[in-house]
Design a protein around this ligand. Structure first.
Ligand code: MN
Length: 232
């Protein structure tokens, strides 16, 4: 039996459409998992949690800063209350139970915030010199480098500690959740990956689902998740 991997979805504000970039589905399938799309139905969080063997928290819009005790700043983008509530609850449930999770871009922020961390609502507005993290290039194309800690899930997946990645984010980790460790940074110091020391909990700020067809080592990130989710 293939591990069943839940993938959270985007939705229209009025609920008229629930959707997901097909690259996530294809990456999980190529990695040997059975994908299951998870609509943001907060009342069913426990049912989804019990059903799946692992979870991908997908990319999307900004997380409501109310979840890290901040008022909204002018640079904050669109927020989707139903998705936020569902994903924060699901992330807390999964991480408490050490169910394998992979957070990508928004999903990476969701994991950190759910575990007690915080995000810059729009870090491009901060003083200081930053790289261009909202690239204007094809989605698969890596535009900035990251340095990866040797002892990490990410280094194990990619087989290297120096790699170039794509970048589509205006938010970044401002306060790391207590249980997390930073396992990759861009050259401007922006946190590009975090992990927990226990179990398989990995968050990446870039989008490996857009990259693996061109560079197969990025599929290994999904393979590690699927392998961690495999029942003994
Ligand atoms: Mn970046």
């Amino acid at each position: 039996m293939k591990p069943l991997i839940g993938i959270t979805c985007s939705e229209e504000a009025d609920g008229s459409r629930v959707y997901l970039n097909g690259n996530y589905v294809e990456a999980i399938t190529a990695a040997g998992g059975l994908p299951l799309l998870l609509p943001a139905l907060e009342d069913l969080t426990a049912d989804f949690f019990e059903t799946v063997d692992g979870i991908v928290f997908s990319g999307g819009d900004d997380v409501d800063p109310v979840y890290f005790d901040e008022e909204p700043r002018p640079g904050l983008g669109a927020i989707y209350p139903g998705r936020d509530a569902f994903e924060i609850k699901l992330a807390r449930t999964a991480m408490a139970a050490r169910k394998p999770v992979l957070g990508i871009c928004r999903g990476f922020q969701v994991l950190n915030i759910a575990a007690g961390g915080a995000a810059y609502q729009d870090f491009a507005a901060l003083p200081g010199t930053h790289l261009k993290h909202v690239q204007q290039a094809p989605r698969w194309y890596p535009t900035h480098s990251i340095k990866i800690e040797t002892e990490s899930h990410l280094a194990k997946a990619l087989g290297t500690t120096a790699v170039r990645v794509n970048s589509f984010h205006h938010q970044a980790v401002s306060r790391l959740a207590p249980e997390f460790i930073v396992t990759a940074r861009a050259s401007d110091g922006v946190i590009e990956a975090v992990e927990s020391g226990q179990g398989f909990i990995l968050g990446v700020q870039f989008h490996p689902e857009e990259m693996w067809r061109r560079d197969e080592k990025f599929l290994n990130i999904f393979k590690l998740l699927v392998d961690a989710a495999r029942k003994p």
